[in-house]
Design a protein around this ligand. Sequence first.
Ligand SMILES: Cc1cc2nc3c(=O)[nH]c(=O)nc-3n(C[C@H](O)[C@H](O)[C@H](O)COP(=O)(O)OP(=O)(O)OC[C@H]3O[C@@H](n4cnc5c(N)ncnc54)[C@H](O)[C@@H]3O)c2cc1C
Length: 383
Amino acid sequence: MDIGFSPEETHFREECRDWLHANVPAETRPLDAADAIGFDKAWQRQLFDAGWAGINWPTDYGGRGLSIVQQVIWLEEYAKAHAPWIGANFVGINHGGPTLIINASEEQKAYHLPRILTGEAIWCQGFSEPGAGSDLAGIKTRGRIEGDELVVNGSKIWTSFAHVADWQELVLRTEDGSRRHSGLSWVICDMHAPGITVRPIRKMSGQIEFAQVFYDDVRIPLANVVGGLGNGWKVAMSTLSFERGTGFIADQVKQGQEIDDLIATARANGMIGDDRIAHELAQMRAEVAALRAMTYRNISEVVRTGQPGAEASLIRLFTAELGQRLDRMAVALAGPEMLDFAYGDDNAVGDYLRGFAGTIAGGSAQIQRDIIGERLLGLPRSR
Ligand SMILES: Cc1cc2nc3c(=O)[nH]c(=O)nc-3n(C[C@H](O)[C@H](O)[C@H](O)COP(=O)(O)OP(=O)(O)OC[C@H]3O[C@@H](n4cnc5c(N)ncnc54)[C@H](O)[C@@H]3O)c2cc1C
């Protein structure tokens, strides 16, 4: 594997840097949920109009058709420029869209992919249920086939951005009497359809970013099934491989910037003189470099195979646990000043509180360890 960048890639990096330098918004992402959605949509539209959305998505559906390496270069420059978190566009851009690209019909791709890229359509993910989070195969939400429709009943929980979403990647049971991984389907659910109730849940960071969703005789056309009726487990696994494997590249890349910022802060406030802090910063600096190497290795696998494999769990786990240590260090370096911070996305306290979710969302740390043990190390199955 050649881990250097070609002259074209270096030129591309300069283009990214120049555009970001001129266009990153001066204001931070608003704290109020409604304002934040407006901000996310406007920023996504600006990225799309300037040709920076869907860098490695097919040109037929609004993307640039460039390589995933160029996508990573963009994210590296994006982090360095302190550009905003993609917020409500997370699901559509990071795993909804990529799942559609490899599993959906032409009609489904032609309709949905451009709307995701422009920020016109917000997506959410309806996988977890009360009683079926880690154990996704235990889901109970059902879709009964009636003519050319599914009639859906049940409930999903922890659905990020459900309160503002237009569409949902919904996994449900469509075969009577089916158990576990069989008889499931992955469908595109219209979040504005009659029979859907969204009950927002407030996070410990104070924000409303996820919800419980109830389905009461919700009608979904069979034409919205992605990858074929009964093939939901396979399609869901491709969604999770994107969510765990490439969905957090932005976070991995951002950690490189964060550790440099923390070292600069510790130098500026003199705390670098504390050996314990200096040692921990050095250790995290080395781990960020190791994570970067793992990320590049993962990218080269995606280039080869089209989607991330079980190794994605290694990176997901490493990113989340390292992220929590970086957040703790940021709070420690802020010292008593942190008591003055309001909850939010853009300060040490907000990041620290949000960071707890890192080892739960997208599969908990224990589940990632299970996958690493079973699929990468060949240990006996735990379940
Ligand atoms: C911020 C945030 C956003 C989220 N967004 C979404 C979303 O948009 N859509 C969505 O569908 N879900 C979402 N989730 C839900 C997330 O996927 C689940 O919380 C997660 O999969 C864990 O499931 P659970 O909460 O039901 O916990 P449980 O599965 O009940 O697990 C409880 C504890 O038991 C441990 N455990 C369970 N099974 C095992 C096992 N076999 N071996 C070892 N330990 C085990 C877990 O690691 C955990 O510590 C989100 C969660 C968070 C925190």
